[in-house]
Design a protein around this ligand. Structure first.
Ligand SMILES: Cc1cc2nc3c(=O)[nH]c(=O)nc-3n(C[C@H](O)[C@H](O)[C@H](O)COP(=O)(O)OP(=O)(O)OC[C@H]3O[C@@H](n4cnc5c(N)ncnc54)[C@H](O)[C@@H]3O)c2cc1C
Length: 327
């Protein structure tokens, strides 16, 4: 599919289905970034909202500029984002309305649902899209962001997940799109939602935060991580992230991992504390506007990327910095 000389002619009659990601009873911010990508494809954008009580979210999304229509699927089975029931729902909508593009955020939810949809429609999945050149040509990073690939898809339906940090959110209101019931879809009972254990936090969400403080293996244990990284993050009003080494060592939760196999962030400020800067970590934070690194090793690769570097012991530097920021 990779073809750098691909022709960029626009497809006729483009129409996109945007899968709305929910955070309980609110629209996840990733949806608004995906809407910008969907709008860039061109043509009408129909939003699909599903859940046990989806009416409030359907009404909210219908007011967002750029949405032509909202499809609503109301069923308890859609409440918890199970890919096994969402995929047939998207396929049913595609079959009825003949969408040329199906778009979702490149989140855990979108990454789970969309490849199933692609398989059911027997077309390719195009993941982690960072730019749209035309309705057929998409830009996406490969090799942990070390190369950029231009992908041309000749499939009749393009299945796309969108990297949120690559597209600004579309949140303008004033629209009044029609809301209608989504087509009936098969609801396979091959999986069942049992329970979830969600961390409640007043901190900004990692993927959307404007400031992020991340800690690495050098923190040595969870107590140090909690005290130093959370302390500095509180002083900065920042979200907290971690390297995979910090996650694997149990210093912080898996949801906080930044990098190739974690979250991709692009805040105004990224502070890397005791993180070496392995390529897999850099893949998740290199688009941050200002990068600050604290590390004892002047040769640490993170310093090649950092705008501000402090060669020093984090156990001395972080408490001092936190105190100064508090003042
Ligand atoms: C397929 C694959 C996917 C991966 N995905 C990810 C990913 O998504 N995210 C990710 O982060 N990693 C990922 N990794 C792991 C990655 O390769 C690194 O192992 C990891 O990022 C290292 O974490 P770290 O920087 O915390 O630890 P280290 O590399 O051990 O670095 C610790 C750093 O702390 C410094 N230090 C030590 N003591 C102090 C002190 N007192 N004060 C200040 N600095 C100190 C050291 O100089 C060193 O630079 C992946 C690896 C693979 C193979």
């Amino acid at each position: 599919m990779d073809d750098p000389n691909a022709d960029t002619e626009c497809a006729q009659n483009t129409s996109t289905l945007l899968l709305v990601e929910r955070n309980g009873n609110s629209i996840a911010s990733s949806t608004f970034n995906s809407l910008t990508a969907a709008a860039k494809i061109g043509g009408d954008v129909t939003a699909l909202v599903a859940g046990e009580e989806p009416d409030t979210i359907a009404s909210e999304i219908s007011k967002i500029t750029g949405i032509s229509k909202v499809l609503v699927a109301k069923d308890k089975l859609y409440e918890h984002g199970l890919a096994e029931v969402y995929a047939p729902l998207l396929v049913a909508a595609q079959k009825k309305f003949n969408f040329t593009h199906l778009v979702a955020p490149h989140s855990a939810f979108g990454k789970n649902v969309m490849p199933r949809v692609a398989a059911l429609l027997d077309v390719a999945q195009i993941s982690d899209v960072t730019d749209i050149e035309s309705p057929e040509i998409f830009v996406r990073p490969i090799y942990a962001g070390n190369a950029i690939s231009k992908v041309k898809s000749n499939d009749p339906t393009k299945i796309i997940t969108v990297r949120g940090t690559a597209f600004p959110p579309s949140t303008a209101t004033g629209n009044n799109a029609a809301i209608e019931v989504a087509p009936d879809a098969e609801k396979p009972n091959i999986t069942e939602w049992i329970s979830e254990d969600l961390q409640k936090s007043d901190r900004p969400e990692l993927g959307a935060a404007t400031r992020v403080v991340s800690g690495g293996r050098a923190l040595k244990n969870r107590e140090n991580f909690d005290k130093l990284i959370y302390g500095l993050a509180d002083a900065l009003g920042a979200a907290v992230g971690g390297s995979r080494a910090a996650v694997d060592s149990g210093y912080c939760d898996n949801a906080l991992q930044v990098g190739q196999t974690g979250k991709v962030v692009a805040p105004e400020l990224y502070v890397a504390v005791g993180i070496s800067g392995a390529i897999q970590h850099i893949a998740g934070m290199k688009d941050s506007k200002s990068i600050v690194a604290i590390n004892t090793d002047p040769e640490a690769p993170i310093f090649q990327l950092a705008d501000y570097g402090l060669v020093g012991d984090l156990f001395k530097a972080v408490p001092e910095l936190t105190e100064k920021l508090k003042k």
